[in-house]
Design a protein around this ligand. Structure first.
Ligand code: UD1
Length: 427
């Protein structure tokens, strides 16, 4: 664990290659529990959250080996344990999604209540309701969720909000249920489509992934599959912001146009020139960004994970912008930190009003969560002078080789040793 030291002002230019998607990989690794035989995952990002998920699979007695070069081999033919330990689930909310696959394979699963980044209330009621509706008996006691079933049965599930995690969890669990499960008001995030492609490769029957109605026809057994992780759209969005705030010229390779669309349109609104050809996105800017308003929404709306880096960009815009956070109400933990750098942001409830200032100045700051950390990095790249960002373990959870990638683009950034070790609690 450590700190980042950044000296702002360098114009970023050059090319980076997108890493594998953090959120996509985590859901897929949990889904790998369904398969008998070896699953080979490629382009897996080397980040803290993936390490946590690998630790989780091993704790369940599943074979999980890192081969290097982004290749991870998982063999869940045998699942030796049925309890997911508190120490791992409290670190990362996505690890809770091993509950359904374990239940489907073993008829019983016990998983600690999840922890996660402190970005607002993060209940699991949709997950629990989905599992119950599929026929499991669920008991929540002493901080653990315990689920048991004779057999899971296809059903109709309605989500009160299109939750990405609940859609992934229920879709995965339903793959081994008897009959047809339909998820109504499902999330349509690209990570759902990617997970469906992975599960289909294992032999699952899924229709409608990426729309608000997902239909899963249960099968008796799933097998291992060889699957390449899709690119990380949040990483692409963060580096695009870094290009704009430094008036740079950055190419991001290995992206897919449809998944970057929601934020590319916003980049153009602030005056950036964004060209997309096949799998490369080029982002250029030669002036202060223009202000714009942002409302976060489930996909294909503006992604909540990019609200924070975009706020750093709007902090130096030529005018006033309004951000409305509709997904996670406390995703404003960067506000106090950007204020240290001279940003003028007034936040109340789900809204932040940002009065752009001509320049930010370097300061000592703290990354309170993953995307808040990304916002501070973008702000520090644009700021005059040196900035120090502590608690960067949050950033390392979700961004692969961020320092190396930024340096390759000309940023002045280095790691500093931290004077204290801190336990990570994350999304
Ligand atoms: C995932 C992403 C996270 C992203 C979020 C929204 C992973 C590992 N994380 O998180 O980066 O910011 O989607 O795109 O993929 N909700 C409930 N009850 C539930 C579940 C969710 O009320 O049982 C609410 C949440 O409080 C939140 C909203 O639904 O207000 C959306 O949350 P959800 O989509 O589930 O987020 P995650 O899957 O946890």
């Amino acid at each position: 664990m450590g700190k980042l030291l950044l000296t702002g002002g360098a114009r970023l230019s050059g090319t980076i290659v997108s890493s594998g998607s953090k959120n996509g990989t985590l859901a897929i690794m949990a889904g790998a529990l369904l398969g008998k035989g070896e699953t080979v995952l490629r382009n897996v990002p080397s980040i803290g959250d993936v390490q946590t998920m690998m630790d989780m699979l091993r704790a369940l007695g599943v074979k999980c080996e890192e081969e290097g070069n982004g290749v991870v081999r998982i063999d869940a033919t045998e699942i030796a344990a049925t309890e997911a330990p508190y120490e791992l689930v409290k670190r990362m909310r996505a690890s809770f999604c091993v509950l359904g696959p374990m239940l489907a394979r073993k008829g019983y699963a016990k998983v600690a209540m999840p922890g996660g980044c402190d970005i607002g209330a993060r209940p699991i009621d949709f997950h629990v309701k989905g599992i119950q509706t599929l026929g499991a008996y669920v008991n929540i006691d002493h901080g653990f969720v315990e689920a048991e079933c004779e057999a899971l049965k296809g059903t109709q599930v309605y989500l009160n909000f299109p939750s990405a995690g609940a859609t992934q969890h229920i879709m995965t669990t339903a793959c081994l249920a008897e009959g047809v499960t339909t998820i109504h008001n499902a999330a349509a995030e690209p990570e759902i489509t990617q997970l469906a492609a992975f599960l289909t490769g294992m032999g699952a029957q899924i229709e409608g992934a990426g729309t608000s109605t997902v239909r899963v026809e249960g099968v008796d057994e799933l097998r291992g599959v060889d699957f390449e992780m899709p690119p990380d759209r949040m990483e692409a969005g963060t580096f695009a912001v870094a290009a704009v705030v430094t008036m740079g010229d950055v190419r991001i390779e290995r992206i897919s146009e449809e998944v970057v669309e929601p934020f590319v349109l916003k980049l153009r609104e602030v005056g950036a020139v964004v060209d997309i050809s096949e799998t490369t996105m080029r982002v250029r800017a030669n002036a202060r960004p223009m202000p714009t308003d942002i409302m976060t929404m489930p996909h294909p709306g503006f992604p909540t994970d990019l609200q924070q880096p975009f706020a750093a960009m709007l902090a130096i815009a030529d005018g006033t912008s309004v951000i409305t956070e509709n997904v996670y109400e406390r995703r404003f933990r960067y506000v106090s930190e950007l204020a240290r750098m001279g940003a003028e942001i007034k936040q109340e409830g789900r809204t932040a009003v940002i009065n752009g200032v001509p320049k930010l100045t370097g300061a000592q700051t703290t990354a309170y969560d993953l995307r808040a950390g990304a916002a501070l990095v973008c702000a520090a790249l644009a700021a005059e002078g040196k900035s120090e960002i502590s608690d960067i373990e949050h950033i390392e959870r979700g961004y692969e080789n961020m320092v190396e990638k930024l340096r390759s683009l000309g940023a002045q950034v280095s790691n500093l040793p931290n004077e204290r070790e801190k336990e990570t609690v994350c999304v």
